[in-house]
Design a protein around this ligand. Sequence first.
Ligand SMILES: [Zn+2]
Ligand SMILES: [Zn+2]
Length: 96
Amino acid sequence: MAEGWVDERDKAILDTIYYCESCNMVLEPGDTDIERHRKDLPNHKLRKVLIVRCGHCGNIVTDSYAQYSSQLNSFWCKNCLSDKTNHREFYGDPGR
Ligand SMILES: [Zn+2]
Ligand SMILES: [Zn+2]
C-alpha cells in the first residue's frame, strides 16, 4: 500500500463532526456542547463522524455510508457501490 495514504484520505474528508449516542444528537466542532461533554459528561458515548464527498456521484455523505479506496483515493457512497459495475471498479477486479 502506498505510503502516506492516511494523509491522502484526510484530504478527501470535508468535515468532522461528533455524534453523541447518549443524547442522540450531532455536535459540531466549536459547539459548546462538545466542551460540556468533555468536562461534565464523560459517560456519554461520543462518536466521530466524517463528512465525505462521494468521488463517483458527488453526494455528501457520512463515513458510515461510504467506503474508502486508497487506490482511487476517494470515498464512494453505498448508493454507488450497490451498483455491480461500480462495485467492481471500486474494489478492483479480483481476477487480476
Ligand atoms: Zn451526550
Ligand atoms: Zn455516490
